[in-house]
Design a binder for this molecule. Structure first.
Ligand code: SF4
Length: 314
């Protein structure tokens, strides 16, 4: 069954939320409403062993802000490497100092992804830029996720100009998803006009920046939904593990759709061996996007966790 599943679905990456605590407090963030949690080191090690057993090639440590656990983050990355996994992190970059950058540079093939939350006051952005410079000084070339919201559309050229001073492998423009868990999210949603403007600006920047520029902002809400409907197999899946150590279809707003314990080897295997899990991920993601974009259709996940339990394979 494992081999058949692996043929049909490619789990390219596992993301582990080692903490939901962050040093920043973006008002739109899903973390801004929740109880603070850290995954214990032993739990993370068990999860990594399960990931390696399933031969998922890459592991990203994220949060919250994973950099609040700098020492642990290095230990996790080293352990992941020793298991043959490619480690990495999604970080806001503000806590990266010289020592941490040096230690990251010592981990082979480490994937450093820095998110720029450009709504933050200049002091936070300056800390992010300093973090990127530390990484560069030790030869680490990060990728950038630039979160696009209604509030920073007009600053896109300036932001790109600022980050262009560094060595970067790729800059991806992501769209803000109004998942409804941050306390102040509504005013950041991209309008269609915003989306068109972003695409125009990206077009004018193409070929004029020293890195790959990728625009993952959909031009219209309908386009986002259509993309999800038309996903063809083999399906690429990212496995999400939340700060309770649970497998979820995605982080935000998925508290009601927890599938099981990622740190329990038997449960991990059982969940990943069940084809319905993947169908569930797809349906849940589709429902999530429908909910996020607001209205094209009233979507709900077609397959529930209960149903998966009832239809478990023999
Ligand atoms: S930096 Fe990221 S994790 Fe931290 S508060 Fe902002 S959006 Fe949330």
């Amino acid at each position: 069954m494992k081999d058949q599943i692996k043929q049909d679905y490619q789990i390219a990456q596992a993301d582990i939320e080692i903490t939901n605590i962050c040093n920043l407090a973006c008002s739109y963030c899903r973390g801004s409403n929740g109880k603070q949690k850290n995954l214990s080191k032993q739990t993370v090690y068990k999860i990594l062993e399960n990931i390696a057993q399933w031969e998922i090639p890459a592991t990203i440590f994220n949060g919250g802000e994973p950099g609040i656990r700098k020492a642990d983050l290095i230990d996790f990355a080293k352990f992941a490497s020793s298991l043959g996994l490619r480690p990495g992190m999604y970080s806001n970059g503000t806590l990266i100092d010289k020592e941490f950058a040096k230690r990251i540079s010592e981990i082979e093939n480490y994937r450093a992804v820095i998110s720029i939350h450009s709504l933050n006051p200049k002091k936070d952005l300056d800390k992010t830029y300093a973090g990127i410079k530390y990484l560069n000084s030790f030869g680490v070339i990060p990728e950038i996720f630039l979160l696009m919201t209604s509030k920073n559309v007009n600053n896109l050229e300036r932001l790109i100009g600022d980050i262009s001073e560094n060595d970067l492998s790729k800059v991806s423009l992501l769209q803000f998803a109004p998942v409804g868990v941050g306390y102040n999210y509504k005013k950041f949603v991209l309008s269609t006009q915003n989306r068109i403007l972003i695409h125009q600006k990206v077009k004018s920047l193409e070929g004029n920046v020293p890195f790959e520029l990728n625009c993952a902002v959909d031009l219209t809400e309908k386009e986002a939904l259509d993309k999800l409907r038309n996903i063809e197999p083999p399906k690429k899946v990212t496995l999400h593990i939340n700060s309770d150590g649970m497998i979820v279809p995605f982080y935000a707003g998925a508290e009601d759709t927890v599938l099981g314990k990622a740190y329990d080897s038997a449960e991990f295997t059982e969940i990943l061996s069940n084809p319905l899990t993947y169908e569930f991920f797809e349906n849940a993601m589709c429902a999530f996007v429908k909910r996020s974009f607001g209205s094209v259709e009233q979507g709900t996940s077609k397959i529930t966790k209960k149903e998966i339990e009832m239809r478990k394979l023999e």
